[in-house]
Design a protein around this ligand. Structure first.
Ligand code: NAP
Length: 245
C-alpha cells in the first residue's frame, strides 16, 4: 500500500496516467499530478482532494529539464519527499519509416524517453538520500516486438526498457527499485475509435481474446509502487493478454 508515500505521475491529466494517479491517491498516497495541460492535471488533483486525498496539479512539459526540476522542487516543498515516480507521459507521431519526419522522431523520443531520464534523475537524487524509491516506466508491447508505422514510438518504448535495466542496476544499492510496465492493446479513446473489424483483428492476436482495460495497467503499476514489491527490480511486467511472451 502506498499510504503516506508521495507519488509523482507524469501525463496524468487523462487516460492511463489519470487512473494511476487516482488509484494511488485512493490508496493514501499524496499525488503530484503532472501534465502538459494544467487544467486537466488540476481537475484530477481536485477530484482526489474532494474525496479526502492530498494532491496538486503541476503543469510541465516533461521533456524540458527546467520544467521537470520545477515539478520536483514543488513536490518536495509541498510534501517533503518523493517516494514513487511513474513515467507515464507519452505521445505518438506515426508514419511509415520512409515518410517519417525528423521532427516527429525527435518529439516522440523527447516526450517518451528523454522525459523519463530527466524525471528519474531528479527523483533519484531525492530517493537515494532516503534509501527508498519506486520508479515505474510505462513502456509498451510494441517496444518489445515492433510495429509498422511506429519506428519512433517503438524505439522510445524499447529505450525505456534499456533505461529501466540501467537505472535498476545503478540505484539498487540505494534501495530504489526501477521497473517497467509494458501494456499491450488497451481500451482507450484511441482504440475505441477504431472500426469494429479492426478491433476484432487486434483481439484475434491476443491469447486472452480481448483488449486490456486501463485498470489492468493501473493494477500492475500499483503493485510495483507498493511496499510488497521491494525485491523486484529491473523487470518488465507485461500487461498484454499474452500477445507477446
Ligand atoms: P493519453 O490518453 O494520450 O495520455 C497521455 C497524457 O500525457 C495526456 O494527458 C497528455 O497531455 C500528456 N502529455 C503529452 N505530452 C506531454 C508532455 N510533454 N509533458 C507532460 N505531459 C504530456 O495516453 P494513454 O493512452 O493514457 O497512454 C499513457 C502511457 O501508456 C503512454 O506512455 C503510452 O505510450 C502508454 N501505452 C498506452 C497504450 C494504450 O493502449 N493506450 C498501450 C501501451 C502503452 P495532452 O493530451 O494534453 O497533450
Amino acid at each position: 500500500m502506498p499510504k503516506g508515500k508521495v507519488a509523482v505521475v507524469t501525463g496524468a491529466g487523462k487516460g492511463i496516467g489519470a487512473d494511476i494517479a487516482k488509484e494511488l491517491g485512493r490508496l493514501g498516497a499524496k499525488v503530484v499530478v503532472v501534465d502538459i495541460d494544467l487544467k486537466s492535471a488540476s481537475d484530477v488533483a481536485a477530484g482526489l482532494a474532494a474525496t479526502g486525498g492530498e494532491a496538486f496539479g503541476a503543469q510541465a512539459n516533461v521533456a524540458d529539464p527546467v520544467q521537470v526540476k520545477g515539478v520536483f522542487a514543488a513536490a518536495v516543498e509541498k510534501f517533503g519527499q518523493v517516494d514513487i515516480l511513474v513515467n507515464n507521459a507519452g505521445i505518438t507521431r506515426d508514419a511509415l519509416l520512409i515518410r517519417m519526419r525528423e521532427e516527429d522522431w525527435d518529439a516522440v523520443l523527447a516526450v517518451n524517453l528523454k522525459s523519463a531520464f530527466l524525471c528519474t534523475q531528479e527523483a533519484a537524487r531525492i530517493m537515494s538520500k532516503r534509501r527508498y524509491g519506486r520508479i515505474i516506466n510505462i513502456s509498451s508491447v510494441v517496444g518489445q516486438m515492433g510495429n509498422i508505422g511506429q519506428a519512433n514510438y517503438c524505439a522510445s518504448k524499447a529505450g525505456l526498457i534499456g533505461l529501466t535495466y540501467s537505472n535498476a542496476r545503478e540505484l539498487a544499492r540505494r534501495q530504489v527499485t526501477v521497473n517497467a510496465v509494458a501494456p499491450g492493446f488497451i481500451e482507450t479513446d484511441m482504440t475505441r475509435a477504431l472500426p469494429e473489424k479492426v478491433r476484432e483483428e487486434l483481439a484475434a492476436q491476443i491469447p486472452l481474446g480481448t483488449l486490456g482495460q486501463v485498470k489492468d495497467v493501473t493494477n500492475a503499476v500499483v503493485f510495483l509502487a507498493g511496499e510488497n514489491s521491494g525485491y523486484i527490480t529491473g523487470q518488465v511486467l507485461a500487461v498484454n493478454g499474452g500477445m507477446y511472451m
